[in-house]
Design a protein around this ligand. Structure first.
Ligand code: A2P
Length: 316
């Protein structure tokens, strides 16, 4: 069983979710059905992944066949950068709901603090490759997310890829407090400082790319790679009867973040959720800590240089 974590607004979120980024249309519908059958209740999605439609089909099928009730699921999706202008936020949220075929979300996140503007035909080019950064304040975008919650389109609101300064600036200005900051976390980028910073402010943390996003298309040959064949991970795994992937996910839970591993493979979907029956020893945590090397897998270089790019000019 996957335990829940309490958010700052009293709502509970399962302490592990299914990631759906780079889950191909044609595969993701099946993966979501399998995950729900195996006990997953938290589904992490985003409009820009281009697969809300199929995920919605799977969710509705699993509700219709009696496997789950809507209220037992925790459906998360994210506002894309090209909908940051205040008047675009509610319509974008409604568009996501229409894609899913659902009437509310459990959490709606601002995907990045960076706003972009599309040029060319915007109806046919998700994930909006033809976009340039614009100087639009994420505090104004936030008012749109708050409106989504007031309208009942979502039960909670949060952010993603916010650095410590951006989060504090938001916390000072908001009228509804963000419940979540979703950031990249894995052994090569363990984010201890930012996780502590968020948790000290009662903002929960979701860990994306928990395996360091091994299949990211932009990987460069000399990037630090997190290998699930690493002998140190294998050795730790042998002590607990767990795989290296399970050790990595358990480490993330013990760091205080909620991992959202993506898999479309039944065995791996199952294995990834079986991490709540053991605890890592202090010695093993120390070995895992030694992987930390500022190895960011998702620097979003296409956003570098845009106003509010989060990964520059700040310690964490
Ligand atoms: P697959 O979907 O074939 O299982 P991240 O969440 O860091 O982006 O990593 C996702 C990648 O890790 C996907 O390529 C996924 O492939 C793979 N993956 C997911 N679970 C496991 C696992 N338990 N062991 C090995 N690889 C995994």
């Amino acid at each position: 069983r996957i335990p829940n974590v309490l958010l700052n607004n009293g709502i509970e979120i399962p302490n592990l979710g299914l990631g759906t980024w780079q889950a191909e249309p044609g595969e993701v519908e099946n993966a979501v059905k399998i995950a729900i059958d195996l006990g997953y209740r938290h589904l992490d999605c985003a409009m820009v992944y281009g697969n809300e439609n199929e995920i919605g089909n799977a969710i509705r099928e699993k509700i219709d066949d009696g496997t789950v009730r809507r209220k037992d699921l925790f459906v998360v999706t994210k506002l894309w950068n090209t909908f940051h202008e205040l008047e675009k936020v509610v319509p974008a949220c409604e568009e996501s709901l229409k894609n899913f075929g659902l009437d509310y979300l459990d959490m709606y996140l601002m995907h990045w603090p960076v706003a972009q503007k599309v040029f060319g035909d915007i109806t046919s080019n998700l994930p909006f490759k033809n976009a340039v950064g614009i100087d639009y304040d994420y505090l104004d975008t936030w008012r749109g997310l708050e409106e989504c919650q007031r309208l009942g389109l979502t039960r909670s609101v949060g952010v993603s890829n916010f650095n410590s300064k951006q989060l504090d600036r938001l916390l000072l200005a908001c009228s509804i407090k963000p419940v979540m900051n979703q950031i990249e976390v894995h052994p090569n980028l363990n984010q201890k400082k930012l996780i502590k910073f968020c948790r000290d402010r009662d903002v929960a943390v979701t860990a994306y790319s928990p395996f360091g996003s091994p299949s990211r298309p932009w990987a460069k040959p000399d990037d630090p790679v997190l290998s699930l064949d690493d002998p140190k991970l294998i050795a730790i795994g042998e002590k607990y009867g767990k795989s290296p992937a399970q050790i990595v996910l358990r480490y993330i839970v013990e760091l205080g973040a909620i991992p959202i591993p993506k898999s479309t493979n039944e065995k791996r979907i199952y294995a990834n959720s079986s991490i709540f029956d053991f605890e890592l020893s202090p010695d093993d945590l120390e070995v895992l800590d030694s992987f930390n090397c500022d190895g960011r897998a998702v620097p979003a270089l296409e956003l570098k240089g845009c106003p509010h790019y989060p990964f520059e000019g700040v310690e964490f």
